[in-house]
Design a protein around this ligand. Structure first.
Ligand code: AMP
Length: 387
């Protein structure tokens, strides 16, 4: 139901913004006064908030009211009205990512808004695991409305490598730094049985200090340990490994191929294979062509690329051999790198929160206690998210 804003409220700057975002008065009231959802929070609650009782203990009318009251006490980060949305940062296949401020803390966050689909729980699970590596994008919280799911992510204000690369390819030392941080992020994921499946320049972000953050866990495969494999032509054409395109079984070696494409593009400024609009030609080129290497790249870099872009996944560096020992990375101190002590080559500019004026619509459908379209176990607050 859509209700117009009446004159009952004084129209503050915040409210004007909400009006612009189509989050109307009635919805904000609902968001503030009613519960968000009935799935149980999975992680610790901040000290001053009482954790609601388990949903199973609530049955019948008065108990349901108690449950609603308990949920209404949930901390502010778990409702859309707690955020002021500024602009769209990017779009993915099933939703978009917006720059937003958590108004109570004046903290900038990236709010990922997605259609509710069961597959979302794979991203949810990967985001929780990602908190263990500084080179992966972290989630502060997750919540849901009737139709949409929201991930509150740390804001990587330096943009993606694809935007940073608009000025041309990087010097070798810059390529080495980003590639080495990516190696750490990928090895962390793979050691937890996660294959990312969509490694590409657009999904490698830079944080405010210039360190990389691998984002978008929407296509991950879980439980790929030992000899286990997965299937499916999943990812982005131009970055997909031959075995993925050919619908064969594959494992983490698929990510190492994509890393090879990313490094090639960072260093040489173009794709190693045909990358036009005709998918069959992209596939043909990926499966059959050998990349061309300009004379000016170092022999170590060429060797690294040749080893990452091996057509046969069993021979590919990353899953075959220790990539950290490759001569291209000879000057990397991995211990220092992993403790973020190596100075990044580029210092991102301060982010702007100017609104883009583009469509920022968010569903005005705060979830009620009795809703059935609930993703169970979705909501959480990262205990490390400082109050
Ligand atoms: P995704 O759907 O996760 O691939 O995100 C789509 C785009 O949104 C990315 O390519 C980035 O440009 C942007 N984006 C995603 N997550 C963040 C983040 N945490 N901080 C800044 N920008 C982001």
């Amino acid at each position: 139901m859509t209700l117009a804003i009446t004159g009952r409220f004084e129209e503050s700057a915040m409210e004007r913004k909400y009006k612009k975002l189509n989050i109307l008065e009635e919805d904000r009231k609902m968001a503030g006064e009613r519960s968000q959802e009935s799935s149980e929070l999975q992680m610790k609650w901040p000290k001053h908030h009482k954790r609601p009782r388990s949903p199973q203990t609530f049955r019948g009318g008065s108990k349901r009211r108690k449950r609603c009251r308990a949920q209404a006490r949930r901390p502010a980060p778990l409702k859309i009205s707690s955020y002021e949305v500024h602009k769209v940062l990017g779009r993915g296949s099933f939703g978009k990512v917006m720059l937003a401020t958590l108004t109570s803390r004046k903290q900038l966050v990236a709010l990922k808004v997605l259609e509710k689909r069961p597959e979302i729980m794979k991203e949810h699970r990967a985001l929780k695991i990602a908190g263990g590596s500084p080179f992966l994008c972290h989630a502060y919280a997750a919540f849901q409305s009737k139709l949409q799911a929201f991930f509150v992510l740390e804001y990587a204000s330096g943009g993606s490598l694809s935007t940073v690369m608009e000025n041309g390819p990087f010097p070798t030392s810059t390529v080495m730094f980003y590639a080495a941080e990516m190696v750490c992020g990928l090895q962390f994921l793979h050691s937890r049985g996660i294959v990312h499946r969509d490694i590409k320049l657009e999904n490698i972000l830079l944080d405010q200090n210039g360190h990389i953050k691998i984002c978008d866990f929407g296509l991950v495969a879980h439980n790929i340990f030992g000899n286990r494999t997965t299937r499916g032509r999943i990812g982005t054409y131009g970055y997909m490994a031959p075995e993925v395109m050919l619908m064969k079984e594959y494992n983490a070696a698929a990510d190492w191929w994509s890393l090879g494409v990313v490094i090639y593009r960072m260093a040489i400024g173009r794709s190693p294979f045909y990358n036009g609009r005709v998918r069959t030609m992209v596939q043909e080129s990926t499966v059959s062509d050998e990349p061309q290497y300009p004379e000016w790249i170092s022999p170590e870099l060429q060797d690294l690329l040749e080893k990452l872009l091996k057509k046969n996944p069993q021979h590919r560096l990353g899953t075959n051999g220790n990539i950290r020992e490759h001569p291209f990375f000879a000057s990397i101190n991995w211990v220092e790198l992993e403790s973020l002590k190596v100075k990044p080559p580029l210092q991102p500019r301060m982010p702007s929160t100017d609104s883009s004026g583009s469509s920022l619509e968010i569903e005005k459908d705060n979830i009620g206690c009795n809703d059935i379209n609930i993703l169970s176990g979705f909501s959480f607050i990262n205990p490390n998210w400082q109050e």
